[in-house]
Design a protein around this ligand. Structure first.
Ligand code: GLU
Length: 306
């Protein structure tokens, strides 16, 4: 069986390895400089068994794939009602970095766009930015099953070029949505976008969610370490917003074609969860015009159908 799965994974990878469509993200030099041919595909079963194909050990930055994890952490730490008071769950139909809030409630429309993600960072408890970041790092690492670190150059670039995010954070502050100083919250947001992960880390993080979604009685347990990470309710909500809002402006296409809760990032990664079954992590940095990895979307979509 294991051999069959491995062969199938290699087959999917080979099928899409020649993809040259799409373009690298260029808004910071570090993303524009990566090898466009990097291509890793990983699958983690909910019992922790991992299959890898291609560049599964190449590190890239997590970018927006951080968003569902910080949202889950905020839900876990302060509860759904408190989070819902600050962040909605409706698809925005706008660009991920739109400077906008829900017209009536004046809160971010969902946690998968920057406004909601920045608000989610501010809801993670912490007396200082370092404390808040330490909690985020601890949570991500627990999901991945290894300590994750940031790429300092990407972090510095995100911070240097982050005017749009600054505009969003100050807008949120003006509406009373942000808990904390906008620049301090943003500093943590820039750091969380800069975590270095591999496709296998993403697959393991997804498998943690996959397992949590199925183990109602036991709550969330990392399949590799056996450590409890968070509650099932938290995971169900997180997966729901991944389904409706996780793939930028292609979320509807993705939901109808693939259907799995997923999140992509401009670093070229995609994380996808098959609840109760497995987690998928893909890395291929050439992005389509919506910001989703071209080969990654094709592979992640093909994986659970095997
Ligand atoms: N660091 C990026 C930003 O906040 C994340 C981009 C992305 O992956 O969507 O603009």
């Amino acid at each position: 069986m294991a051999e069959l799965v491995q062969r199938y994974l290699n087959l999917i990878r080979d099928e899409h390895a020649g993809v040259t469509d799409g373009a690298l993200a260029t808004y910071i030099p570090e993303l524009a400089d990566v090898d466009p041919n990097g291509f890793g595909l990983s699958l983690s079963l909910s019992d922790g068994y991992v299959y890898e194909s291609g560049d599964a050990t190449v590190e890239f930055t997590i970018q927006s794939i951080s968003k569902p994890f910080t949202y889950a952490l905020a839900l876990d730490q302060i509860g759904q009602d408190a989070v819902d008071a600050r962040i909605g769950v409706e698809p925005s139909g706008e660009a991920f970095n739109e400077i906008s809030v829900d017209a009536a409630k004046k809160t971010p429309k969902n946690p998968m766009i920057n406004a909601g993600a920045i608000a989610a960072v501010s809801l993670v408890p912490g007396a200082t930015p370092d404390e808040r970041f330490a909690r985020i790092r601890e949570f991500y690492s627990a999901c991945a099953g290894r300590p994750l670190d940031i790429d300092p150059a990407v972090y510095a670039s995100e911070k240097k070029t982050g005017s749009r995010n600054r505009a969003i954070a100050y807008m949120l502050q003006s509406f009373g949505v942000l808990d904390g100083d906008p620049d301090e919250v943003l500093d943590v947001y820039f750091r969380q976008c800069s975590f270095k992960v591999t496709s296998t880390d993403l697959a393991r993080m997804a498998a943690t969610l996959a397992r949590m979604a199925a183990t109602l009685a036991r709550g969330g347990v990392n399949p590799m370490t056996g450590r409890r990470v968070t509650d099932t309710v938290v995971v169900q909500r997180t997966l729901a917003v991944m389904v409706t809002c996780g793939m930028y402006d292609a979320a509807g296409d993705w939901a109808s074609a693939v259907g799995m809760p997923a999140k992509s990032g401009v670093g070229g990664g995609i994380v996808a969860v098959l609840p109760g079954q497995l987690g998928i992590g893909v890395y291929s940095p050439l992005l389509d015009d919506k910001g989703n990895s071209v080969a990654g979307s094709a592979c992640a979509g093909a994986c659970p159908n095997g």
